[in-house]
Design a protein around this ligand. Sequence first.
Ligand SMILES: [Zn+2]
Length: 187
Amino acid sequence: MILILVASTLQQCSYSQNQSKLKQSKMDSIKKDNPMYSNTDTSKVTLSNDEWQKILPRDVYNVARQKGTERPYTSKFESFSEVGTYYCAVCGNPLFRSDTKFESGCGWPSFYEPISKTSIIYLPDETYGMSRTEVECGRCKSHLGHVFNDGPPPTGLRYCINGVVLDFAKAKDAENAYKSKQEKSKE
Ligand SMILES: [Zn+2]
C-alpha cells in the first residue's frame, strides 16, 4: 500500500522540490492574489475548480482540489514546532493549533484534534483499495488529508495532513493581525 501511495505521488516529485524554495514568496502571493483568503471570515467558499486553478499555486491546487498527496517528509511543517495556528492555505480557515500537533513519524504533519467542529468535514474514502476517512476544510471543502484511529490521547485520532495546504501563523503574529483588524473595523 505504501508503494501505491508513493507511485501515485511520483509525478509531483521534481515539481515540489522546486516549489519548496519558493515557499515563502508563494505563501505571500496566495493571500495577495486570493480574494477568498481570510482568517476570520467564516462564510462558506464555493468556487469551481476552474476558478481555483487560476488562483492557487499548482502544488496547492493539485492537493487541495484534485485530492493529490504530497511526498512524505517533504513538508517543512512535518518536523516543525513553532507555537501558533495552522490555517487552510486555500481559504485561511483556522484548522489546528500547534499544541495539538505531534510527531507521528508518518511523513506528514500530524494533529490529534482540529480547532473546532466546523474546521473539518469528514468523508468516506475507498480509493486505493483502502477504507479511510478523508478530511476536507470546513469552509472551502479543499482536500487536506485523512484521519486515522491510531493517534495519541486525548482523542486517539491522527489527522494526517498535507503540509502544502497548511498555512502557519506564529501566535504573536496572529494576535497582532487580529488586533489590527479590530482597530480597522473601529475606524
Ligand atoms: Zn479552506
